[in-house]
Design a protein around this ligand. Sequence first.
Ligand code: PHE
Length: 340
Amino acid sequence: MKNMLKEILNESIEALNKADSLEELENLKVKVLGRKGSLTSILRGMKDLSKEERPMMGKYANEIREKIENSLAEKEKILQEKRKEFLLERERIDVTMPGKKAERGNVHPLTKTINEVKSVFIGLGYDVVDGPEVELTYYNFDALNAPKFHPSRDYQDTFYINPEIVLRTQTSPMQARTMEKNAPPLKIIAPGRVYRNDNLDATHSPLFTQMEGLAVGKGISFGDLKGTLTTFCKAIFGEEREVRFRPHNFPFTEPSAEVDISCIVCGGKGCRVCSDTGWIEILGAGMVHPNVLAMAGYDPNEVSGFAFGLEIERTCIPKYGMNAIRAFYENDNRFLEQFK
Ligand code: PHE
């Protein structure tokens, strides 16, 4: 029996030395010390020994057991240490490695231009107001002196939702809405989207952006309108830009004008951007029609005012030397990234 015990000890130590994983160690433990383990089954044979032999053999067996247990514990410690090192190595983070760069967005060129234009007018003392894109036909046409069968109701190719509701074709309804709610004097701008039933091509889009301006008070004249818009054009497009006013016609202004700037790309010589005219039209404007003032509850004999409508896309296009309006709406990153 003593020899058998010795053998178990030797075998165990040998297996133990070979084991190089915690799993193997656990298996060995079960194989030797477990309920059906080799040492356990030998100890069961103790009962067959003589009374004299039993205590001695018992003591010896316990020593063996202790040795095996201690060796197992020692080896377990080593293997645990090894595993920890392995895990640490695997999970190591190199803090000096360059990180992944997050893509940075930028403000859309239309928004950028709106912000620039806004800041010019805020500097001139204007308030910024906002209004609905789904608009009552009343504000889009009737309150703006466009009678029921006035050609402007279809020359703008309106999207009607029903006879009383349209997608606004211009920001001009904000003139009527603002005057209805506020007493003169007032100076406002109203940027926003407008909709017209146009096909998308280089210069047209069914959706585009305008900014309305309105100034009403005592003694406001066409000279004020010219001065304001000239100041604005030079602030946005540069001091050297020439500004010209051409007579035009809008139902809600009288007299009316369209405003051109000398082409930023060719400086007036003529190029693709200005269709060889040397000029780029960017604004419609005029003195607020007395009917519009009266409909909003103002006394046209007491106050006068001017209004203007700026097309933001047409402001961007010469500013950035672009040649197609659609680029603003396609959201192609290669285009947008240029405005970082
Ligand atoms: N609403 C006009 C347009 O869309 C522009 C305009 C605004 C003209 C204000 C005069 C005064 O063409």
